[in-house]
Every structure is written in C-alpha cells, then in structure tokens.
Design a protein around this ligand. Sequence first.
Ligand SMILES: Nc1ncnc2c1ncn2[C@@H]1O[C@H](COP(=O)(O)OP(=O)(O)OP(=O)(O)O)[C@@H](O)[C@H]1O
Ligand SMILES: [Mg+2]
Length: 504
Amino acid sequence: MTEATIKLVGLRKAFGKNQVLRGVDLDLAPGQVTVLMGANGAGKSTLVKVLCGVHAADAGTVTLAGVAFAPASPSAALRAGVVTVHQNINDGVVPDLDVASNLLLDHLADGAGAFLNDRKMRARAREIAAAVGLEVDVARPVAGLALADRQLVSIARAMAQEPQLLILDEPTSSLSATEAERLFALIERLRAQGVAILYISHRMSDIRRLADRIVSMRDGAISGRFEGQPLDYSGAVRAMLGHEITEVDITIPTPGAPVLEARGLVLRPGARPFDLTAPQNEVIAITGLVGSGKTALAEVLFGLAQPTAGSLRLDDAPYTPRTATEAVAAGVFLCPKDRLINAVVADFDITRNLTLPFLRRHSRAHFLRRASENATATRMVGEMGVVCQSPADGILTLSGGNQQKVMVARWMAEASRLLILDEPFQGVDIQARRDICAKIRATAQTRATIVFVAELDEALEVADRILVLSEHSIVGAHRNENIDVAAIMAEVVDAAPETTRELA
Ligand SMILES: Nc1ncnc2c1ncn2[C@@H]1O[C@H](COP(=O)(O)OP(=O)(O)OP(=O)(O)O)[C@@H](O)[C@H]1O
Ligand SMILES: [Mg+2]
C-alpha cells in the first residue's frame, strides 16, 4: 500500500454558531485525482481553506507525508507543497501587479526574487506561463486580463511551486472548452508525476473526465466514498444530496405574443444578419462556443452595445436602449455572467445585493425603507433556497453557489418583460441547477426569457426552444422535443475557429 500523502482526521470548523465542518475524515493518495462533490454550502471551500492555511481548524488533525501539518498561513502551506487554485479567482492573484510579478509572487515573497532583474524575471515568467499554455504579455497588469487568463495566471503561479498536493476548487466554471482541456492535460501530467490532486466541481463532464475516485460531502462530513471503475456517479450524487435528484418537467407551453422582435440584426461588421423573436411564455436557450457572439448579443439586447445594423422592438414599439438603465426602465433585465467581476458587491450584505437595481422601489420620499428591502430579501432567499444564516450577512460569507443564486434572484424579484440570464448556472450544484430551472420555467408566463449557456445539457434542461449561435449569427433553431443532439453539436462547432475569444 502506498503511504497516503495527506490524511485528515476529525476536522471541524465553525463560523460563529454555524458548524460548517463536522468531523471530516479523508485520505488523499499520490498520483490520484480525488473528486470532491457536495451541494452548495456543504463545506467544500471551507475544507480547502483549512488545508491551505486560510482558516485554522477548530479540531482535528492533518498529516502530510506522516508529519503533522497545520499551516499558519497560505504561504506556509505553499512552502510545504500544498498548492491551491481557489474558487474566487481574486484569491489567487494580485490584480494590480503585472503578470510576471504574479507568477513569481511566491519567489518574491521568499526574498529569492531579489536577485532577479526585470529582464530575467520576465523570461522566467514566460517559461512558467508557457508551461500552462498561457499566452499573454507578462508585462500587462492582471486586472486587464480576461477572467480565463486571470485564472490561468493563478494556476501557473501555483504550478511554479512543484506541488505535493494540488487542490483545485471549481477551476473550470468560467473557462471555455479549449481552456479547460489545457487544464485537464496539465492535471494529468501532474498526476503522472505522483502529485495528489483534490478536484472540486459541479460539472459532470469534468468529473467523468478526471476522477480516479469520488468522495461525497454532505452537511460538513464525508457521506460517501466511491472507487473502482466504472465509478458510481449516480451513487455519488445521491450521497451528496441525501436523496434522488429531481427532474425538471419540460412540458412545452404555447408561446404567447412576441415580446422582443429583432429584425436584420448584425452584431458586428461582416456577420450574417438574423431575426430573433422572443415571445411571452417561452424560455429560449442560446448556445454556442466561446466567441460565437453570446455576450455580444446579450449586450445589444441590454443597451450595453449598439448593433452594426438591424432593429429591435419590444411589445410592438421601437426599442433602442443606449444604456443599461434605459433597458431596465423598459423592463429588460440582464443577469450577467462571472458574478465576482460583474455583479457581486462585496461590501454589501445579501439583502442589498438582492435589491440593488431596484432601490428606488424600496424608497419613499428619498428614504430607503429597510423593512421593504428586508421583505423582498426574505422572500427571494426562501424562493431560491439560498443557504444562509441571515440575509443581513455579508455576501462573501455565502458559498459560491449560493452567491450565484442571489445574483439570479436579484433579477427575478421584480416583474420584467424580457429576462436575460447569461450563464446563470456558474458554480451551482446539480440539484440547485434543477431548482433554478424550475423557478425560471414556473415564472415564464409573465415575460419572455432568454438564457445564454455554453453547455448543451443546461440548454436541454431549461429551454422550450434552443437557438445555436455561430460566428455572431443564429445558425439553428430547435424545439426541445425529441431533439437531435448530434445535429445541434454539428451547428455549434461548424466553422467556429477554435481560437476566437469571447468579445469583452
Ligand atoms: N468567511 C465566512 N464567514 C461566515 N460563514 C462562512 C464563511 N465562509 C463560508 N461560510 C459558510 O460556510 C458554509 C459552507 O460554505 P463553503 O463555501 O465551504 O461551501 P461550498 O461547499 O464550497 O459550496 P459551493 O459549492 O457553493 O462553493 C456556508 O454556510 C457558508 O455560508
Ligand atoms: Mg465552494
């Protein structure tokens, strides 16, 4: 038997009265990918933060290669060979520093970098970047990078440490398929080198691709261990939920009158014009690769960008929003993707994060009525199943998936004519995704709904109709009945150059 690289026994951690880790026992072996599955709020990120020196455990022990391990800080954990890629990407990079400094941060912090001049530092940074396939100018500040590149910087920085244990907390939730593939290749290389890997994800495709073994976590304790091929994926899901997963009922309703009508829309010079009608009482999913124009279309509909050509009508009147404020005033709401960059206000509590766009409705004579805000927050927290102690808690005390539920709830709290959700399932667990789908569908008769998703599985789960976007134009439309998945996949990948990036 190989010696366990890392052994956790009886780990406990509470935040105030909230007992989050309730005695976690876990072994991680070298050269093995252990996938940790658990519902939003189960305690996965908290466990990660104990292992990497962000939080101290209240009780329990960790041994690393037979030696007691209780890192007092993240840099102590790094020095011991425990490398972490966090769920919150800003935990892994310093946005104001350039890429090279970020990649060499740990050397610089050790004092070892003091002897490197700028030229040598950049050359070393380029080597580190190349090792993970990161292609950016290392002199650029990290703050100016796209999210996926920022995340690769934090991964590349971690790789520079030659880990014994590599922990990745939902690393692919905002990567494109190509970028995720690059990361998987890296993980496989490190596994072959004997690194123990703890991989956290809600994406079944990642899990199937990487798992040597699955450990399920429920309410702060390990609730199931699954080894031996083929892995029992449905058993692992059952163990993390404590019940069978519920399916969403996709009974396709009869669409109502058109709410949004786009005619001859050209999203960028040279793109093919297309028409789009979003009727009342229909949920439309729009799918396509990164760079196919999903974000560009969402921005045009929400007044953040102007189309090259074409016209928009809303409820049979011209609709020409020049700003997001005008769009919201017309009843068009957009829940953007990448919540930490675009949506979460870190300083605000859960309630204010929920009511933010509609503060005027909670005011009387210029005075904000907290009671009115509280009523909305309590209602939405209940309806969306946000796991929290109190809506008055800071938004960042929520688990990642629960923050995402708040962001979606924000735009569902008030009546709209057209609700646009851009990647609403980022970081939500498999059951919560079903719940959010059910909620979107149950309220769909009051408006038109457009959901942008990169994953076809998600489109099939939420939509009445699926549209495929390629090269900034709609190339296919399918009613979600007896659907030909292969035909959709062909439209999705057809002629889409692999390297194009999503428009900012
Ligand atoms: N800094 C904190 N202060 C207070 N409570 C916290 C803090 N961090 C986490 N919690 C709470 O601990 C619990 C577990 O959160 P954690 O982030 O570990 O969940 P998770 O399993 O990673 O979920 P997700 O899949 O949504 O990322 C939640 O109830 C959360 O609100
Ligand atoms: Mg988490």
